[in-house]
Design a protein around this ligand. Structure first.
Ligand code: FAD
Length: 397
């Protein structure tokens, strides 16, 4: 495909992956028209600060806008916020939208991200929150001062929300059925090191226990949770961080192949010609692993956007995204960074641990498969070449 053949481009989803794709298309010489549809009322913004600086009140929404109106105008991009895509007509190359006329495309990019999972049976109670959008974040921020908070789920979002609320002086309890925070992503050994940060900061960490029921006050407000061990925690604020699922419902009934996300080849092409998918919603085929992998990380969205834009415009052989995935998390003033395809079941070698900061490597079949550092930015990055080369474990210093 060439710049001309890409024709009218429509990007569904005005988040990071959508914006990065538009940026790369513009850099690659596409001069429009591009139409970008975003379900949220806001201009595209960056999500990582939602559980960190914005929740703590250290930054404001205007500080995290990804691109301003001038960027879209200068690049002939018609950004339509508050417009939700509801379906596709792939024969006529139309995106169907809620309350409006369908939008024609020659080339389409699906970048609709994730939808947070809701706690089963919880209903719509005041004081019960999830965190994916700016509006979610601002509602949680407004709740600071209302009383204690329970965070359900000790994954990245749950841990960051707990750290940010605790930093604002909120009494926080974190509940998770796994034995340690982040155990699902990083394994139990590292999870226990992360647990130290939380308990040291005064978070009441309840691991190995689930939530049986969300309790309401009979007047539409949450009043706490009941745990699987029978304990009841009173709290006017409950934040659920139990994971997300790809935002693919709008594709139901279309021929776009969906599994755990929109299934793509190694260049982000979906099963339908002229349709690509990027970012959290996309499950790209990874030749080295011989499977489709969906990655929910900021860095990956930008890397995929470059590959897709190159492929759409035919501006050079698209490169594979780097073989060493990366993500970070900020908790209690420390940066936790992880590199590689980490399998929580992998053997963990602790390389350094001062009781708060640490560095560890993941070993899979005798080679270095990944690394995680907490407050060890420089040293964790030095392990990248070993991970990329799948170096034998003997090369770990
Ligand atoms: P999104 O940013 O979710 O954008 C998708 C957009 O599509 C949304 O605006 C949505 O409203 C819109 N949309 C959905 N359906 C439709 C539809 N039918 N029609 C039109 N528009 C639609 N990653 C890290 O590596 N480090 C971090 O520290 C980190 N912190 C995070 C903290 C939080 C609170 C969150 C939520 C995420 C964090 N991430 C972090 C993950 C990172 O932000 C995501 O990987 C990134 O935002 C993915 O971008 P995306 O464009 O694929 O999805």
């Amino acid at each position: 495909m060439t710049v001309e053949e890409a024709g009218e481009i429509v990007v569904v989803g005005a988040g990071l992956a959508g914006v990065r794709t538009v940026e790369q298309l513009c850099r690659g010489g596409h001069r429009g028209p591009i139409t970008m549809l975003g379900a949220e009322p806001h201009p595209p913004y960056d999500r990582p600060p939602l559980s960190k600086e914005i929740l703590r009140g250290d930054r404001q929404p205007a500080d995290v806008v990804l691109r301003d109106a001038a960027f879209f105008a200068d690049n002939h991009v018609d950004l339509r916020t508050g417009v939700r895509a509801t379906g596709l007509d792939v024969e006529k190359r139309l995106v169907l939208v809620e309350n409006g006329p369908a939008v024609h495309y020659d080339s389409l990019v699906i970048a609709t991200g994730l939808q947070p999972r809701q706690l089963p049976g919880a209903g719509d109670l005041a004081g019960l929150h999830v965190l994916r959008t700016l509006d979610h974040c601002l509602r949680i921020r407004e709740s600071v001062g209302a009383g204690p908070a329970v965070v359900v789920g000790a994954g990245f979002i749950g841990c960051e929300v707990a750290a940010s609320l605790r930093g604002k002086g909120v009494e926080v309890t974190v509940v998770d059925p796994l034995p340690a925070p982040l155990a699902g992503a990083l394994g139990e050994t590292i999870g226990r090191l992360v647990a130290r940060l939380h308990t040291e900061a005064g978070v009441d960490l309840r691991c190995g226990v689930g939530v049986d029921a969300i309790l309401d006050d009979g007047a539409g407000r949450v009043r706490g949770v009941r745990l699987s061990d029978g304990a009841e925690l009173a709290a006017p604020v409950v934040v659920s961080g139990i994971g997300s699922r790809p935002e693919v419902e709008w594709l139901a009934g279309t021929p776009v192949e969906v599994g755990n996300g929109v299934l793509c080849d190694a260049y982000g092409r979906t099963s339908i010609p002229g349709v690509w998918a990027v970012g959290d919603v996309a499950a790209w085929y990874r030749p080295a692993l011989d499977k489709h992998v969906r990655v929910e990380h900021w860095t990956s969205a930008g890397e995929q956007a470059l590959v897709v834009a190159n492929d759409m415009l035919g501006t050079g052989r698209p490169d594979q995204p780097p073989v060493v995935p990366y993500f970070w998390s900020d908790q209690f003033g420390l940066k936790i960074q992880a590199l590689g395809d980490i399998d929580p079941a992998d053997e963990v070698r602790i390389l350094d641990d001062d009781g708060r900061r640490f560095l560890a490597a993941y070993v899979h079949d005798g080679h270095v498969a990944g690394a995680v550092g907490c407050g060890r930015a420089g040293r964790v990055m030095k392990l990248r070449p070993l991970i990329a080369a799948r170096a034998p474990v003997s090369e770990l210093a």
